[in-house]
Design a protein around this ligand. Structure first.
Ligand code: ARG
Ligand code: ZN
Length: 471
């Protein structure tokens, strides 16, 4: 009854007093960055600009220890925040002051600073840690792989949890210094440029630096006995490759493929524009995994890629990702087509160059190999879902979509799009919707129907009219 006596304006004033604007109340950062495919990946409330990792690794026992220093900026008033991490933490400092920390969920390190952090301020987070990465798992799996003489971290969409604390999502890119000490005679491979090595007390420290923004899943670390080769491409790109001493019969084919990195970077630059990074290369550890990964500047290859002889196609695929995926990164994991559709299309362009089938022939072949009703067509490359993110359809139907775009806009506009896109969003993040908008802008054609048909329908599109006759 009394409420009636309060004028509406007065009630609003009372509410405002009772519930202060959220900007004035520090709150916990979210445990995930908000990606619907992987709700717990990444974190809310801050943005990292630089990771400095100073580590020591013992191959014999798989012990990793050291300090990660993160330079970040808050994006809200923060009472606490999460990092994604699995190893054992002994101390966390926020702006120099010891912070409380605990673990939560599958891979969250929850940090509560002594005093809340104001929105928009610079924060330095120091995490001291140690642990045996191979002994840790999350959701029942591990992506840390021990080898005969070391270990490798390279996987997608997650690899960082096993070796450094991070905001593990491609939408938060940062620069990196990765410094790892290993026993003399062992090598360390990581992203970017090798700044220096130094030896003392039986340990050699390797200092790698990546100066361009890099997604967390593209950070890589390999320790082992490697033969490292260096050269400079005709186009001036410094190349650093590394081959495990344990490649056995695959050694020749691995080198015959990966040593062509400089040539292939230059060739791809003709389609995609200038190579976006200061260094290029790849490494082949003696792992038993079957995939390759476009780890920034230093591609990870499995020896299996080279079991049948040279495989320049996989090198082209991973190098294409340096533009499509690494420099221009996904906004969310649903945008995976922007990575895999274009990396596969680059392989088709290379096939055409090598006289092993034109892009059009390959498109027709893929289309014909999957008749209507093939579950292949139920995967929507534009939003495949986390369980189908790396299905063959994302790659092959994804490349079909690229070919369909080419035929719709014509070669001139198509190749301007292919080269313009990596410039438009260099070192940033973009979505499939952004790409559609860009392609429409460059070509002057409405493309909504084409994108919907090739990327978002769970069924086999009818072949482009011009080709229906031959199929
Ligand atoms: N982006 C990688 C490639 O296309 C795929 C990695 C898939 N991840 C995995 N663990 N199999 O080369
Ligand atoms: Zn790929």
């Amino acid at each position: 009854m009394h409420r009636r006596l309060i004028a509406p304006g007065a009630l609003a004033a009372v509410l405002l007093l009772a519930i202060p604007a959220s900007a004035a109340t520090p709150s916990p950062g979210a445990p995930g960055i908000g990606d619907p495919y992987y709700p717990s990946y990444g974190n809310g409330g801050y943005d990292v600009s630089h990771y400095d990792l100073r580590l020591t690794y013992r191959p014999a026992t798989d012990e990793l220890q050291g300090t990660a220093t993160l330079l970040a900026r808050t994006t809200q008033d923060l009472s606490r925040f999460d990092l994604d991490f699995l190893l054992d933490v002994s101390e966390v400092r926020v702006n120099g002051v010891k912070a409380d920390f605990t673990t939560s969920g599958e891979h969250e390190l929850v940090v509560t600073p002594k005093t809340p952090l104001a929105k928009g301020t610079a924060v330095t987070v120091v995490v001291r840690y140690s642990g045996v990465p191979s002994a840790k798992s999350a959701y029942g799996f591990t992506t840390w792989h021990r080898t005969s003489d070391g270990a490798v971290a390279a996987d997608e969409p997650e690899a960082a949890w096993w070796w450094f604390p991070s905001n593990d999502h491609p939408s938060d890119k940062a620069t990196y210094d990765v410094s790892v000490a290993v026993p003399d005679g062992t090598q360390v491979i990581s992203n970017g440029t090798l700044q220096s090595t130094s030896s003392r007390l039986g340990w050699t420290r390797w200092n790698w630096r990546e100066t361009k923004p890099q997604a967390t899943y593209l950070a890589t670390l390999a320790v082992g006995k490697f033969d490292i080769t260096t050269h400079t491409s005709e186009g001036g790109v410094p190349v650093v490759n590394a081959y495990s001493r344990g490649l056995g019969d695959n050694d020749g084919a691995a080198r015959a493929s990966v040593e062509r990195t400089g040539e292939l970077v230059d060739w791809l630059s003709g389609y995609f524009g200038p190579y976006p990074f200061d260094s290029a290369g790849g490494y082949v550890p003696d792992t038993t995994t079957g995939y390759a990964l476009e780890t920034q500047t230093r591609v990870y290859y499995s020896p299996k890629q080279f079991a049948n002889g040279s495989n320049t196609s996989v090198v082209v695929h991973e190098l294409a990702h340096q533009w499509y995926g690494d420099s221009v990164s996904l906004k969310g994991w649903k945008d995976i087509w922007l990575n895999e559709g274009f990396a596969r299309y680059a392989q088709w362009l290379w096939s055409e160059h090598e006289g092993e089938g034109t892009t059009r022939e390959l498109a027709d072949y893929v289309y014909a190999s999957h008749p209507a009703g093939d579950p292949f067509w139920t995967v929507k490359p534009g939003d495949p879902g986390p369980d189908h993110q790396f299905d063959a359809a994302v790659y092959d139907r994804g490349a079909l979509a690229v070919q369909a775009l080419r035929e719709a806009v014509g070669d001139d506009a198509f190749f301007r799009i292919l080269k313009g896109w990596p410039q438009e969003h260099a070192y940033g993040n973009a979505s499939v919707a952004d790409f559609q908008k860009y392609a429409e802008q460059v070509s002057g054609k409405p493309l909504a129907a084409l994108f919907d048909t090739w990327l978002f329908q769970p069924s086999r599109p009818s072949a482009p009219a011009a080709r229906a006759a031959s199929l």
